[in-house]
Design a protein around this ligand. Sequence first.
Ligand SMILES: [Zn+2]
Length: 321
Amino acid sequence: MAEKYAIGIDIGGTTVKQAIISESGTIIDKWEIETNTANGGISIPDDIWASIEKKLEELAINKDFILGIGAGAPGFVEPSTGIVSIAVNIGWKDFDLKGQLEEKSGLPVLVDNDANIAALGENWLGSGNQADNLVAVTLGTGVGGGIISNKLILNGANGTAGEIGHFTVEPDGAPCNCGRRGCLETIASATGIARLASDVVASGCETILRNYLNDNGKVTSKDVFEAAEKDDQAAIELIEHVTDVLGLAIANTATVINPSKIVISGGVSLAGEQLLRPLRKAFDKHALPRISEACEFVIAELGNDAGVIGAAFLVKQAQQG
Ligand SMILES: [Zn+2]
């Protein structure tokens, strides 16, 4: 019997990434279209299906060979209904993504949030290596989290499980996008690290981070790692602080599910060992030794493809029941 395919879609604020992926995990083709956020993003399902139809025609793949469509959306998503409760940077509110895509395509559609599909993607074809228990942490503009427990992604009562970026780590700390204060995201995201670096410069201490600010008008998370590599004490201490807070948060998460893998992705993860070394040290300090022993830290491998791969995996998983 000929192999069948799943379509994976990763919807972001500027582009919609799409891919046709075989059941065995080969990317047959991938492409992206612009996210049209006009009128509250109302035309996005039409745009998505039109581009899929065109692609299937180009590749001469009959729709009968498509098992379904998996889709990830940024924001709060209810996987049980496929409704996107809120996706601020797209303009969706209580948007029936599953219903609309099913109606247009006539195919089964599964929906989850972007951090969860990224976790599933890394676990299927990336550095998760099909772990039964895994924590995925994305350190980008924000901090995303996806938790796989006993092979299944954790969704919770309304799809909000695993949002570790919104752990309160500093009561009354800096304001977070969620409307509260002191979330992990305000410290361990690229944005959080940049904010802390500006504070360090403002404190008047001796640091080459000041040169980045003077030259470029800002200090980025990447600058902080670069300065630390040049033995800048303030930058080294900043990284120690960030990894200590993050390591504690991950250690507490790990105590809940006892993972064999922690996958770190996103822009900040490009620092590689410079991030992993102090993070692992902080984790070991804060975690139960038995939890620590069973657990390996790895950097994600799939980059921007993790989302479409994980979205396709939703379809594959549903097929397997
Ligand atoms: Zn928050």
